[in-house]
Design a protein around this ligand. Structure first.
Ligand SMILES: Cc1ncc(COP(=O)(O)O)c(C=O)c1O
Length: 398
């Protein structure tokens, strides 16, 4: 596959679209919800499923042990770190909660997060406020957009046990400057947990460059893998600081009648039972992106986001709801005289798939900006110019 520096060449795009069955029947603009899988991923999953059918799950798993193992290498090739720092988990939230609840957070400790934090993470903070007496400190938005690094730094004191935020919030299009947050965490000697659910596959992400200790993401969004699987990155330092909140027969060996020995890698957070089909499909999706080239693929996503962001404000009745600093491919908008659900339904009638974002997803940010709900449009690198024009025309017609 050839590529141009700033994105994908038309020939490569055409190959990719030919390998993406989903684009044949509809315009898929919900990649921040769940993207379309490519043939090489689908083939791997179908073969794995057929092995389950023919051999039974355990024999099939044993026969695919090497490919399953290679998946950890795919994660570290894409995202940096050691293979021993990665675990496959059921979802981004599954990995995030396993790490978070395992941290030794107690009365008087505080965690520092950001104004655009994701609902599930913030709910977990609120629960530990109730049950463990921790304090949550929220860094505000900077005048130029995204998290205010000066404010974040001011919120840290000697009782700060964790900095935890989302790289890309699910509904504003902003991108937090996470490598700068990592540098602040490092100089303060505080652990840094990053929710990269929307950013992996969307922009280049590397745990060493960001200097985070814990990172989570999912397969189904910008990485174009199957649903029902995600990853947890957790480095040795973070593992040493925590007691896993749950243990399974994969986390530990029952070594004597009254004792067990823990694994010493990130797979301490895995369970024996899993979807082998999904794990192989997820690894195939990562390999597909690596072959395509992260720079080219993410460059194309950025180009597509810029194309839509430049044209949406010109459509009569459309209000782009993202802050002015937003550049990502997660674009929120509203259409005069229509609820976001009505817009979604009207577009669906034309086989254009979009999503809605609600205040409950990123309450601190959306409440501050007075937005209850919005239509969420998210192109991928495989989205064509014609498809984006199709969406713009359909919105115009509304
Ligand atoms: C920022 C962010 N974090 C976490 C999640 C949850 O991911 P999952 O459903 O895979 O657990 C989402 C999903 O939309 C998200 O946008």
């Amino acid at each position: 596959m050839t590529m141009s520096a700033a994105g994908l060449s038309p020939e490569t795009l055409s190959v990719i679209r030919g390998q993406t069955p989903g684009v044949k029947s509809r315009i898929h603009m919900d990649n921040s919800g769940s993207a379309l899988m490519a043939d090489p991923v689908i083939d791997v999953m179908q073969q794995a499923f057929q092995r389950d059918v023919a051999l039974g799950g355990y024999v099939a798993q044993a026969q695919q042990a090497d490919q399953l193992e290679a998946g950890y290498g795919s994660l570290s090739s894409l995202l940096g770190g050691e293979t021993s720092d990665y675990a496959f988990v059921g979802s981004a939230v599954d990995g995030w909660t396993k790490a978070f609840y395992s941290l030794p957070l107690g009365p008087g400790d505080n965690i520092v997060t950001a104004y655009n934090e994701y609902c599930s993470n913030y709910i977990a903070y609120l629960q530990l406020v109730k049950t463990r007496g921790i304090e949550v400190r929220v860094a505000r938005q900077a005048p130029v957009g995204a998290v205010d690094l000066d404010h974040l730094e001011q919120l840290i004191d000697d009782r700060t046990a964790l900095i935890s935020l989302s790289h890309m919030p699910s509904s504003s299009g902003e991108i937090n400057p996470v490598a700068k947050v990592g540098a602040i965490a490092r100089s303060a000697g505080v652990l840094f947990q990053l929710d990269a659910c929307q950013s992996v596959g969307h922009v280049p992400v590397n745990v060493t460059e960001i200097d985070c200790d814990i990172m989570t993401g999912t397969s189904r969004k910008f990485l174009r893998g199957p649903r029902g699987i995600g990853f947890l990155y957790i480095n040795e330092k973070a593992r040493a600081a925590m007691e896993p909140v749950v243990l399974t027969n994969q986390s530990a060996v029952w070594s004597s009648v009254d004792d067990y020995s823990l694994r010493d890698d990130a797979r301490v957070f895995e369970a024996w039972e899993r979807s082998v089909v999904n794990q192989l499909g997820f690894a195939a999706a990562i390999d597909y992106l690596l072959e395509l080239g992260v720079e080219a693929a993410t460059g194309q996503i950025a180009n597509n986001a810029a194309y839509l962001r430049a044209r949406l404000p010109d459509i009569k009745g459309v209000t782009v709801e993202c802050p002015p600093s937003a550049t990502s491919a997660i674009i929120t908008l509203n259409v005069d005289g229509h609820s976001s659900e009505q817009v979604k339904a009207a577009l669906e009638q034309q086989n254009i798939g979009v999503q809605t974002a609600s205040i409950v997803h990123t309450r601190l940010d959306m409440e501050e900006r007075g937005i209850e709900a919005a239509v969420r449009v998210s192109p991928h690198y495989y989205t064509s110019r014609d498809e984006m024009d199709g969406l713009l025309t359909a919105l115009d017609a509304l």
